[in-house]
Design a protein around this ligand. Structure first.
Ligand SMILES: Cc1cc2nc3c(=O)[nH]c(=O)nc-3n(C[C@H](O)[C@H](O)[C@H](O)COP(=O)(O)OP(=O)(O)OC[C@H]3O[C@@H](n4cnc5c(N)ncnc54)[C@H](O)[C@@H]3O)c2cc1C
Ligand code: SF4
Length: 350
């Protein structure tokens, strides 16, 4: 590891100033991603500003029902919090599907959002990579692409964002509170991460020295009817091949016999793009239709019409479609019971 200076920040303004004043300074939260990258030589900051002792470790409910999560709240504490488990099960499930118990005890909310891609070529400094070294080329394009993007990729980069938590937060319409040199601003979570385009080295819209201070989760009527499903190569301690977060609100009336109508729905995909992928085309297709497996699959296909597969990842199309159908069928079943019809027993089919 290359030598670096260490500074422990005492307050938010001091942390922001310390990083903003040094072009290659970085914030250190739990360190579970940053320190790994420093050991690999992928990151070589001259100054590391430790923000883990800032008073940003609380989860509070605001008067309008918004749940405000401090930037340094640990992933374990967030997943275990009663408000999160009861009101936003999709978030608790996404957190618990990530990393390991030990890592979640250290990893923070903001650090999780800002962890960098696990593309093997990004992590191997002997290989060309536009994200690590702009204009050096993309080794993945002609290499191993099992984990890479099928949506929103560019000629320059087809990496995916690795966070499970971010996918759940995008379904919850979360906002990120950011403090910079010139003051505070709020960014919708779905607009925090970027698609790679010609500048894949920039993961987010944050400027240098901007510190995430909190994430806000607004209330909405069906947030408790939400869930997360992650598909991976082994049952734990693995990043998503694909994942789906969803919240489903069924209407009182019926569609086809045995199939209630979908009043509202929110869907996001993980493991498929450079950012959490909010599936708005699928959502629009489903609103007002009957809650059937056939419609769930068709909605996924509407969203995936724009997908571009690579050498090793065409399977993600089928995997996303089936995961969407499985998750939404499960959410339907949990609201209306064992309804039979074309939902019966179908949600687990490959
Ligand atoms: C073996 C292993 C398996 C894993 N599996 C999964 C998984 O399955 N799913 C998953 O989602 N994650 C997984 N992770 C990633 C893990 O969740 C992240 O490493 C962790 O969430 C990062 O949080 P941190 O606080 O340690 O961040 P740090 O490593 O401290 O920081 C990460 C980045 O965020 C920046 N940063 C941190 N806080 C702020 C802030 N407040 N404002 C601005 N910038 C900030 C840092 O400068 C750094 O660039 C895994 C990690 C490991 C090592
Ligand atoms: S996909 Fe992106 S991160 Fe991976 S090698 Fe190509 S440019 Fe680098």
């Amino acid at each position: 590891m290359i030598p670096f200076n260490y500074l422990r920040a005492d307050d938010v303004a001091g942390a922001v100033a310390a990083v903003a004043d040094h072009p290659d300074a970085v914030f250190l939260a739990g360190g579970t991603n940053l320190v790994d990258r420093m050991k690999l030589g992928v990151a070589a900051p001259s100054l590391v500003v430790d923000i883990s002792h800032l008073p940003l470790d609380q989860i509070v409910e605001l008067s309008d029902g918004t749940v405000r999560i401090g930037a340094t709240v640990r992933n374990s504490d967030l997943a275990a919090h009663l408000l999160i488990r009861e009101r936003y099960p999709v978030l608790a499930q996404a957190l618990l599907s990530g990393a390991s118990g030990q890592l979640r005890n250290v990893a923070t909310t903001a650090g999780n959002l800002l962890q960098r891609t696990r593309c093997v070529y990004f992590q191997d400094i002997s290989m060309p990579c536009n994200k690590r070294d702009p204009d050096s080329g993309c080794s993945a394009r002609e290499g191993y692409t099992r984990y890479h993007a099928i949506l929103g990729g560019s000629a320059g980069c087809v990496a995916v964002h690795p966070s499970d938590m971010a996918v759940a937060m995008s379904v919850l319409d979360a906002s990120v509170l950011v403090m910079g040199r010139t003051g505070e601003r709020t960014i919708r979570l779905v607009e925090l991460h970027r698609l790679p385009g010609d500048t894949p080295d920039q993961d987010t819209v944050l400027g240098h020295g901007e510190l995430i201070t909190a994430v806000d989760l607004p209330p909405f009527p069906f947030s408790h009817q939400s869930a997360y499903r992650k598909v991976r190569d082994r049952a734990s301690y693995a990043f998503a091949l694909v994942s789906v977060a969803a919240a489903l609100h069924l209407g009182d009336g019926s569609g086809a016999p045995g199939s209630p109508t979908i009043r509202d729905v929110r869907i996001a995909f993980g493991g498929v793009a450079h950012k959490p992928w909010r599936a708005t085309a699928a959502e629009n297709f489903l609103r007002g239709t009957a809650a059937t497996v056939a419609n769930f699959r068709e909605a996924a296909d509407v969203e995936l019409a724009q997908a571009v597969t690579l050498n090793d990842n065409a399977f993600k199309i089928t995997m996303v479609r089936n995961t969407v159908a499985s998750l939404l069928a499960g959410l339907t079943r949990s609201q209306v019971g064992d309804i039979g019809g074309d939902l019966a027993g179908q949600e687990q089919k490959p």
